[in-house]
Design a protein around this ligand. Structure first.
Ligand SMILES: *[C@@H]1O[C@H](CO)[C@@H](O)[C@H](O)[C@H]1NC(C)=O
Ligand SMILES: *[C@@H]1O[C@H](CO)[C@@H](O)[C@H](O)[C@H]1NC(C)=O
Length: 374
């Protein structure tokens, strides 16, 4: 008679098998499988599964310091659930123009500049940026930045000046440094024979824009929260700026700024800049170099948000609404741009009207003058 395996070992065998199956799934599938049956459900709670998922989604989470950080803020499963869906905020759609053209008069100084006490309790050193860039699905760059550069050097300076995080240090831009991030034909870039040609057909530009993906996760260690502030795929860009060989690609999100700024929402702008350093005519394969990777916040009128308010907004953003519906996310970003453009046009029209009025009154004054003289 064949010995019958005890029930426990069958269960453990099958759970190993489950584990093996689950290990091969990506995040969204794993999350949906987790709800289907009790056995899957308990196994899918295992951190190591989620650690796998996170490390394939965000290679930067392989670093020891980042692993420790993630464990200290609630683990990989929570990290994935917080950072995979993207932030959606639509407050601006209900907005009336004239309401935010001017700061309300009844705002106190503390409201206008942000509450000093609250901002002092948010320390720039509590923030960590975890950034990954992919090109055509392949990771090309991972960077982790603890704290916010220049936030502590000059007292008070940071809080009142336009907020900006630069991920590339001076050394990262130096060609002799190992940290330089390049993209070349071997990464799937199309070879271009000359800049002349590229200016005409824009092939490199198109493939760059369609192939790049950015994830920029911000973690606050004190409040133990995290969110992804990037849009994965680009929201826009600019060819040949500021020079012929530069390409600027813009990612980002719309963040709520309720009770922080009168405009209620701001745009988090993530800029990536690449420069062409070789074309095929130079006898080397086409190569681009990453020359900028930065974050800034801009209000509805395009003004940069200062350090104090930016910290408040970032902190709030880590706990605001997110969506797994990617088209909803993109729609809200495009809607924001549309509203912002309409606002700009409206402002321009008002200014033109004012200009015309000035000219008319100038002519009137001139004519009155001559009328009196004659
Ligand atoms: C900060 O908080 C203290 C008490 O905690 C209070 O006395 C002070 O007025 C507050 N300052 C501001 C600018 O709100
Ligand atoms: C996703 O969002 C779009 C746009 O807001 C909407 O039309 C669509 O129904 C949503 N899809 C799902 C599955 O919720």
């Amino acid at each position: 008679m064949m010995p019958v395996a005890p029930v426990e070992s069958i269960a453990s065998l099958s759970s190993d098998l489950f584990y093996d199956i689950l290990r091969r799934l990506d995040g969204p599938t794993l999350a949906s499988v987790a709800c289907t049956c009790a056995a899957f459900c308990s196994i899918s709670k295992e951190e190591s599964l989620w650690e796998n998922v996170c490390s394939s989604m965000w290679p930067s989470t392989n670093r020891e310091d980042v692993k420790n950080l993630i464990s200290s803020i609630g683990g990989f499963r929570k990290f994935y659930a917080d950072c995979f869906p993207l932030i959606v905020s639509k407050e601006f759609t209900e907005y009336q123009w004239n309401n935010y053209l001017e700061y309300p008069e009844d705002w106190t100084e503390a409201e206008y500049y942000g509450d000093m006490n609250e901002s002092e309790s948010i320390s720039p050193s509590d923030f960590v940026s975890i950034v990954d860039i992919r090109y055509k699905e392949k990771p090309i760059c991972s960077k982790v930045l603890w704290g916010i550069p220049n936030a502590n050097g000059f007292n008070g300076w940071f809080y009142n000046c336009p907020f900006r995080i630069d991920l590339l240090t001076y050394a990262d831009r130096d060609d002799n440094n190992d940290g330089v991030v390049t993209l070349s034909v071997s990464d799937g870039l199309p070879p271009i024979t000359s800049m002349e040609r590229e200016r005409k057909d824009g092939k490199l530009w198109r493939e760059l824009r369609d192939g790049l993906q950015l994830s920029w996760i911000v973690v606050n260690r004190k409040i133990k929260q995290a969110a992804n502030l990037a849009s994965w795929s680009p929201l826009g860009g600019q060819r040949h700026w500021p020079t012929d060989k530069d390409f600027v690609i813009r990612f980002g999100s719309v963040l709520p700024a309720k009770d922080i700024l009168p405009c209620q929402v701001v745009e988090c702008i993530l800029l990536m800049k690449f420069r062409v350093i070789h074309t095929e005519e130079e006898g080397v394969q086409t190569t681009l170099k990453l020359t900028e990777l930065s974050m800034q916040l801009e209000d509805m009128e395009g003004a940069h948000v200062n350090g104090r308010n930016s910290l408040l907004i970032l902190k709030e953003a880590l706990s605001c609404r997110r969506s797994k519906n990617y088209s909803e996310v993109l729609e809200s970003c495009h809607m924001y741009s549309k509203v912002q453009n309409e606002l700009k046009e409206e402002k321009m029209r008002n200014e033109n009207r004012l200009d015309r009025l000035c000219i008319l009154s100038g002519i009137a004054a001139f004519m009155t003058f001559w009328y009196c003289v004659l």
